[in-house]
Design a protein. Structure first.
Length: 276
């Protein structure tokens, strides 16, 4: 089956000359975490911007003194975009997502060079109501090494941990118990609001005094180790989670299950069976 059968065809894009605030508004309105960036003249794909890009780059020393009103999508976006063609198979797309550790791939017409669709990890998590997904417990595929942080740690330390470990979320632990979760979405929202509220001359100093407990999400859902891949995939799609801490008692973190973990499992199963 080719990817044009499952790809989203009504693609939300952003002009590369629009501001970061414009991009964030589009993401919030359409409940998406990435936007293909296009040229205002040719309408061709020139980059892609994600919440993770924003979380990592906006607060960096390189951009900390640039006002949001002057910060364009072209400044933050990734220019070397991995794309696929409408005729590519689902297995080919899965391989690109897994091998390149990315969350979505724009589908580009090979002749017109225009974006005709987009495929994300979530698109592959919607139809896992069969074996082995309904019988495999998440403990078999979860990430067991979980990067944690304390509520009294600073924002800049959390950002460094995310960058160094190439992750999009941190479990916040206090006295051995789960206290919350900090995601790239939380960080992006915080930095945007911070830059709007705090005068530019004070931003560099004050941002270093932001603490994790001020920006983390305290409402957190966990899943037990024996929950099935299918059940957790449904939760991720329905509640728009990209990762869920694994805990049998809801207190002590035992692992992390992410869309990437499930996607790799889906790819491995279909590759072995020659499906897609």
């Amino acid at each position: 089956m080719t990817i044009d059968k499952i790809m989203v065809k009504d693609v939300i894009t952003v002009n590369k000359d629009q501001t970061i605030v414009d991009a964030l508004k589009l993401m919030k309105k359409h409940k998406i975490s990435r936007l293909p960036a296009i040229s205002p003249k040719t309408k061709e794909l020139v980059g892609i911007i994600t919440e993770k890009d924003m979380a990592i780059k906006i607060a960096s020393a390189k951009y900390e003194e640039i006002p949001l009103s002057h910060m364009r999508v072209s400044t933050i976006m990734t220019q070397d975009v991995i794309t696929a063609a409408p005729t590519d198979s689902k297995l080919q797309i899965l391989k690109k997502l897994v091998d390149n550790h990315i969350g979505g791939i724009p589908i580009v017409d090979e002749q017109t060079k225009e974006i005709v669709g987009i495929v994300t990890k979530g698109d592959f998590l919607k139809h896992l109501d069969k074996e082995p997904y309904t019988t495999t417990p998440i403990k078999d595929i979860m990430t067991k090494r979980v990067i944690t942080i304390g509520p009294d740690d600073r924002f800049v330390h959390a950002r460094t941990l995310m960058i160094d470990n190439k992750i999009s979320r941190l479990v916040v632990v206090n006295s051995g118990s789960i206290a919350g979760i900090l995601t790239d979405k939380d960080m992006t929202k915080t930095i945007i609001e911070f830059k709007k509220r705090v005068p530019e001359k004070y931003q560099a100093n004050q941002i270093r005094n932001l603490f994790v407990q001020e920006i983390m999400s305290q409402t957190i859902e966990t899943q037990p180790k024996d929950a099935t891949v299918s059940d957790v995939a449904h939760i991720m799609v329905d509640k728009e989670y990209s990762g869920i801490p694994v805990s049998d008692d809801g207190s002590k973190v035992q692992g992390m299950i992410t869309k990437s973990d499930i996607l790799k499992f889906v790819y491995d199963q279909n590759r072995k069976r020659g499906n897609y």
